[in-house]
Design a protein around this ligand. Structure first.
Ligand code: ITT
Length: 198
C-alpha cells in the first residue's frame, strides 16, 4: 500500500521543507493542491496549536481516510511583545508578502539595539477521520538582524539568525535549517510517533 501524507498548506516553501524532512517516511507527500475543492478555513484561534488544528481538521473533513498534517508557525519578537506571532503571514496587512512583512519588521525594530531576541514556533497537528490524533511543537531561539542576508528559505529567514550561528536562515543551507528549525523539531517528534505506530 502506498504510504501517503497530505500536508494541509498552500505555502509551497513549507511543503518543500516538509518533503525534505519526511521524504523517506512516505511514498507520496501532497499539499492542498490535491484537494482543490477545499475552502480555506478561517484561522480564528488565538494560538498556533488552535490554528494548526483548524487547518488539519478542515482537510480531514474532505479526506477522512487520509493521514493529514497541518503546520501553523510564526515568529515571536520579544521587543515587540511577541508580535507578529500567529499573525506572522499577515503582519503587514491583508495584501502582505514575505518582502513587505520583512520591511515592516525592520521598520518596527528601528532604533532597538541588539540583541533583538526572537524565536520561531511551529505546531504540527496530525488528523485522520475528522479528528486531531496528535500534535507536536518545536521552537528555535535566535535574534533579528539589522539587515537582510541570503536568499534561501522563505518568510523572515533572511532576518533570523539562529542561536549558535552568525548567519541568517537565508544564508544557512537547507540541511542546517531543517536540522534545527521549529518545523524540523516538531517533525522529528512526528517521525518518532510514526515509528511507534508502525
Ligand atoms: P498555510 O496556512 O497555508 O500553511 P501560511 O504561510 O499562511 O500557509 P501560517 O499561517 O502558519 O502559514 O504562517 C506562517 C508564517 O510565519 C509564514 O508565512 C512566515 O511569514 C512565517 N514563518 C513560519 N515559518 C517560517 C520559516 O521557517 N522561515 C521563515 N518564516 C517563517
Amino acid at each position: 500500500m502506498v504510504k501517503r501524507l497530505i500536508v494541509a498548506t498552500h505555502n509551497a516553501h513549507k511543503t518543500g521543507e516538509i518533503q525534505a524532512i519526511l521524504g523517506d517516511f512516505f511514498d507520496l507527500i501532497e499539499d492542498l493542491t490535491s484537494i482543490p475543492d477545499l475552502k480555506p478555513p478561517v484561522e480564528d484561534a488565538d494560538t498556533f496549536a488552535g490554528n494548526s488544528a483548524i487547518k488539519a481538521l478542515a482537510a480531514s473533513m474532505e479526506r477522512p481516510d487520509a493521514l493529514i498534517i497541518a503546520d501553523d508557525s510564526g515568529l515571536e519578537v520579544d521587543a515587540l511583545g511577541g508580535a507578529p506571532g500567529i499573525y506572522s503571514s499577515r503582519f503587514s496587512g491583508e495584501t502582505a508578502t514575505d518582502a513587505s512583512n520583512r520591511e515592516k519588521l525592520l521598520a518596527d525594530l528601528a532604533g532597538i539595539p541588539a540583541p533583538r531576541t526572537a524565536r520561531f514556533r511551529c505546531v504540527v497537528s496530525v488528523a485522520q477521520g475528522n479528528k486531531v490524533i496528535a500534535s507536536f511543537d518545536g521552537k528555535v531561539e535566535g535574534e533579528i538582524a539589522d539587515s537582510m542576508t541570503g536568499d534561501g528559505g522563505f518568510g523572515y529567514d533572511p532576518l533570523f539568525i539562529p542561536e549558535g550561528h552568525d548567519r541568517s536562515f537565508g544564508e544557512l543551507s537547507e540541511e542546517i535549517k531543517n536540522g534545527m528549525s521549529h518545523r524540523g523539531r516538531a517533525l522529528e517528534q512526528f517521525k518518532k510517533w510514526l515509528q511507534g505506530r508502525s
